[in-house]
Design a protein around this ligand. Structure first.
Ligand SMILES: Nc1ncnc2c1ncn2[C@@H]1O[C@H](COP(=O)(O)OP(=O)(O)O)[C@@H](O)[C@H]1O
Ligand SMILES: [Mg+2]
Length: 352
């Protein structure tokens, strides 16, 4: 038989029969695929979900399918799972329980950020006015009604005439009246989303504006934080954020604070993240990616990405040359969920 896989010269070779002995407690084990060369179904230690997961690889390598396999395993353990589906094609069609993002209410403080962003009004100078205006607004939403209200609010707070004028002008110029009109049909609260049947996919394709999509993600995650603060006990929840470059980028985004807080402090409260994106460096804020305890990676587009992972996870002898040869559905897994604590190349199981 022909040799199909040529090991890198100098690399160690292990002979596996039925897989190496690994200790993953039965109730924590999950399976998303088998070791590429031996066919050994490697158990992942899902208990480490609270240390967060990153999935990286070029488009078409199978990130979203891998995430769905992982979601299935986590759902079996009874975890609450909220999937944010950026495009509405990767998840929404495959789950029974789907919420349209355009049905979800945006809380006033988050709405103020959305308006500032859309109207191009710097938060430092205008944020507080907008926040007070969104929090005190009553009645049917419309662009005219909100502009009138924000003007009254700012005058009452002794804002300068030029400042008031700028807010009026920029909101009128930059924000579509439909945006305000649509606020009236947002009838579901973020709490409703969290309490719906699991797992739930939030179809973000119903909102066109990225700022609004980010606001929905922020609102739902923030509601989970409000829950744990009220209960003062963990509320195990997994937030799946695919196309994460849109939600947790290096520069500012409405959803970034909520994601960053969860990445850094969510563990204690059972709040976990699964982030997927094409690139690592650049796509995901450094303080967020440094908190990804487990990373799945396939062929990546930039060599800097590999260096990025190797900065905090042991990649042994995995190099760019190895990655360049990976086929779709093939992912290395490194980090806490991997019981071998060295990179293992998995062929992800068939996900229909
Ligand atoms: N585990 C899998 N099982 C079955 N088909 C897969 C799997 N992974 C990838 N594919 C195929 O490759 C395509 C791209 O996968 P996808 O998960 O959407 O990639 P990515 O999210 O990385 O762009 C899928 O539409 C499917 O046809
Ligand atoms: Mg995808």
């Amino acid at each position: 038989k022909e040799v199909e896989h040529v090991p890198t010269p100098g690399s160690k070779v292990f002979l596996l029969r039925g897989g190496p002995p690994v200790a993953v407690p039965q109730d924590r084990a999950g399976f998303v695929g088998a070791h590429k060369y031996s066919g050994w179904e490697m158990p992942l230690d899902l208990g480490y979900i609270t240390h967060h997961v990153g999935v990286f690889g070029a488009t078409g390598m199978g990130k979203s399918r891998l995430v769905r396999a992982l979601v299935e395993e986590l759902a079996k353990r009874g975890l609450r799972i909220v999937i944010f589906d950026h495009t509405g094609v990767d998840y929404a069609p495959y789950y029974d329980n789907v919420v349209k993002s355009s049905e979800i209410k945006i809380p006033p403080n988050v709405l103020a950020s959305v308006i500032a962003k859309m109207a191009d009004l710097p938060w430092q100078s205008y944020g507080e006015y907008l926040e007070i205006a969104t929090m005190t607004f009553e009645g049917q939403w419309s662009k005219d009604a909100f502009v009138a209200h924000v003007k009254r609010t700012m005058k009452r707070l002794n804002a300068r005439d030029t400042t008031v004028e700028r807010v009026e002008l920029f909101i009128k110029h930059f924000i579509d009246p439909q945006f305000f009109a649509d606020l009236n049909s947002r009838g579901k609260t973020p709490a409703d989303v969290l309490s719906s049947r699991q797992p739930v996919a939030v179809d973000l394709s119903w909102d066109r504006e990225l700022a609004v999509k980010q606001a929905i993600v922020a609102s739902v995650i923030e509601e989970a934080w409000a829950e744990v603060r009220r209960a003062k006990e963990p509320r195990p929840t997994v937030f799946v954020i695919d196309e994460a470059q849109n939600y947790a980028p290096s520069d500012w985004a409405i959803s970034k604070d909520a994601i960053e807080t969860t990445a850094r402090e969510g563990r204690k409260w059972g709040l976990s993240l699964i982030l997927a994106s094409q690139r690592i460096a650049g796509d995901i804020d450094p303080s967020i990616r440094a908190n990804l305890g487990t990373v799945f990676f396939s062929r990546v587009t930039a060599p800097t990405d590999l260096r990025e992972i190797s900065a905090y996870l042991d990649l042994a002898d995995v190099n760019e040359g190895v990655l360049a040869q990976l086929q779709p559905r093939e992912f290395f897994v490194v980090g806490l969920m991997n019981p071998l604590r060295r990179p293992v190349l998995l062929k992800i199981r068939e996900v229909k």
